[in-house]
Every structure is written in C-alpha cells, then in structure tokens.
Design a protein around this ligand. Sequence first.
Ligand SMILES: [Zn+2]
Length: 355
Amino acid sequence: MDSIYKELVNLPGAPSFEKPVRDYMRKHLKQTTEEILEDRLGSIFGVINKGSTGPKVMLAGHMDEVGAIVTSIKDNGLIKISNLGGVKGNVYLSQHFDIYTDDGEKIPAISASKPPHLSRGDIAKPKELKFTDLLLDIGADDKKHAEQLGVKIGQQVISRNDYTVSKDGKKFFSKAWDDRFGCGISLEVARDIKKENLNCELYTGATVQEEVGLRGAKTAAGLIKPDLFIAVDCSPCADVFDGDESSGSIGDGFLLRFFDPSAIMHQGMKKHIIDLAKKHNIKFQYYRSKGGTDAARIQLENGGTLVATIGMPARYIHSTTSMISEDDYKEVKKIVFALIKSIDNDTIKTIKENV
Ligand SMILES: [Zn+2]
C-alpha cells in the first residue's frame, strides 16, 4: 500500500480530536490541490478544477476513529473513561492504550482486568462490560501521581495497535482503518487525478466526527453544496462469522452498499456504478449494512443530494484493531477514480432520471 496509509493510521484522532490527521491532510492537499477549504468543525477539502462549469463532486473519508475520553481519576490513580463512538466495553479489556496529553505526548496505559486467581468464587458475571466499569492503569501510585504524569479529564484515549503487515504481505492490521483508509484515498485522488480528465469541480478531503453521528458531513456539505457526494468508508465484513452473500468478505472487491438503515442507494446511482464497474472490470460485491456513513447525512442536505458510498471491506472495525486486504484496496481505488472521471452534467442528469 502507499506509504501515506501507514502514516495516517498511526496518528491519533478520536472524534473532535482530529487535529493531527487534519494537519497531515492539509500538508498533502496543499501540495496537490488549487485551494484548501475548511469548515468550522474541522473538516478539510482541497479543490481541483476550480471554476468548472460541470457539477460539484465531493469525495470524503472521515478523520476520526472510535476511541475514549478520560472522565475521572480515582484516588488510587486508576482512570475512568467514556467511549467516543460505537465501541463496546468488552473489546477494551486487557489492552494497551495511549492517553494523549494536551501537547500530544503519549501516556501508556493498560486496561485493568481481574486475573482468574482473584475471581475464583465470583458468582455473578456481567454479560456485557459497560464502559463505566472499565479502568485504565498507567502505573500511577495515586490520583496526585497520575495528575503529575500529565493525565487530565477530557483527554483522548486511543488503542495502541500500530500499522502491521501480515506474513503473506497482503493484509494490513491497524486500529484506524475506519476511516483513515478513506482519508488516504482522498489524498491519492488529489495527487493522481489529472485535471484534464475532469468535467467536474472536485472537492477531495475528509470530515470530522463521523463516529458520533455524522456531524462533520453536515457542516462540510453545507459549505460545499455538492451535486454528488462520494463517501469512502470501511465496512464490517461477516466473512469469518456467520455471514451471507450480502454481508461482505475481504478480498472480494469493493462493497456496493445498496442498503443500510439510513440510506438506500439511489437507484440511478446504483445503475451507474454497476455499469462502470462492469465496463472497467472492477470487482465488487453487493453489501447491506446495519450502520450508516456520511452519505446518509448528506443525502438529506440542500434539498436532497445524490450520494454514493464506496465500501472498503474490513474485519473487526469498531474494536481496538481491524484488518483490510490489498486486493480490495486496488478495486476501491479503481472505482473511485472511474466514478469521478465519469461525472459531467449529462451523467448527473441521466443518474437523476433513473431514480
Ligand atoms: Zn467509518
């Protein structure tokens, strides 16, 4: 994979703490686009082919990753946290984390779990561990010591699972594929798409606070007012669980997200993407999701907006780590480039007529 992905996924960025990711995006977009646009919540986009008489196309990943926030420090120096985004307490047990201080310094932490030696004889065991029952241990002797080491209420907590390549060299593990992957695609588009191949005004970048209710998508779309919004986001595959033919498998191509609880894919858009994939020989799979993406929010903006989600198959997202495959990365890239290049005023008109 391109080296930008390794750099992107190793950055910390819980919802509302996206600054390091935004700085990285800005640095790259400045080199490759004509103008930088940032909204007041922190989403960032670079503009290519500005002033085009064609439609406005907005492409985005989201910069935030699921994480946690420090809510209190107990007298014994252990730290209580609350989740930021949809992650369950159980997956936070027995893990390594970093608490980030205000100046970006890392404080290593582990989540406290009771060893079996100490729990023999326990009768009632909770089925699901609540976030409020979790404790982080940084090795502080007491509350004062934890504060001296730099811990404060309101700091972000990020799991420590840096970029790792599988033994076969084709799968990649990280805490933050969801959705630094989409951020990386936006940067690759900014770098590699040729302006002369565009018949649209392209806004490529990333949103904030997707994981806590698609917030950045709303504000960014209000600013850009796109004719078409394309979300590139990782979606959870059930291939190693009890999946079926529309619950996704890694290695089988990009996910055509025809249905999720907050967005049914526009029928004209679906036809257009399938035609494109067939024309260019791009591998895809039909995918239904139980979650939503930024596209769900933007379809409701500005009197209704055409949207599409290009799904990247991923395993284990919304936990402390996840996995993607290089084969899917190639297919996602192909369809995103083909889709952007296919858009002009006539295509938008045809897509709309095919509702
Ligand atoms: Zn996501």
